[in-house]
Design a protein around this ligand. Structure first.
Ligand SMILES: [Zn+2]
Length: 170
């Protein structure tokens, strides 16, 4: 996490030390690369503490880890085989909380975008930024950016379906 870069480039009110996760940083980078802003991070006054907020667009961006937010069908979101009932109950609670947060924010006139961790890992920053820009301009109330189809059958090819040339067969 580079605070100097964040404060200068994003105009963020970085008064307190900010710790961004890798996927959050990737999403921030993508937004900046797309020329989107101003934005701020971890808006504690808003329900669910949105990871990134673009006030001028009235948009909250949540960057959700695939495991904890249980991205169904995603290879990063496999349920641990031990204590399975415990994990499934926990994931169900997390998902219910996520849904309640989005509903509450939308009721206050916020638009919401959910960026899945797998998308930040597999999409180039320019492509992710372009997608975020497109969604911002679309005026959609809610949108989700995910790297692949939420289909368990597709999980086997999940990580080989990216856009990076390095993943193509030699
Ligand atoms: Zn995922």
């Amino acid at each position: 996490m580079n605070l100097t870069h964040l404060g200068r480039a994003a105009g963020a009110a970085a008064h307190a030390p900010l710790r961004l996760t890798g996927p959050e940083q990737a999403t921030l980078d993508a937004l900046l690369r797309a020329g989107l802003g101003p934005l701020r991070c971890h808006a504690v006054e808003l329900r669910g503490t949105p990871d990134l907020v673009l006030d001028s667009h009235r948009v909250c961006v949540f960057v959700h880890g695939c495991f904890w937010h249980h991205h169904r069908g995603c290879q990063l979101a496999r349920v641990p085989t031990t204590n399975r009932a415990f994990w499934e109950a926990k994931f169900a609670r997390n998902q219910a909380r996520d849904a309640a947060v989005l509903t509450a924010l939308q009721a206050q006139g916020w638009r919401t975008i959910m960026v899945r961790e797998c998308a930040t890992r597999r999409m180039q920053a320019t492509r992710l930024g372009a997608e975020l820009k497109r969604l911002l301009e679309s005026g959609a109330t809610h949108a989700e950016i995910t790297s692949g189809p939420p289909d368990p059958a597709a999980a086997g090819s999940h990580l080989s379906a990216g856009t990076s040339p390095s993943q193509l067969p030699a």
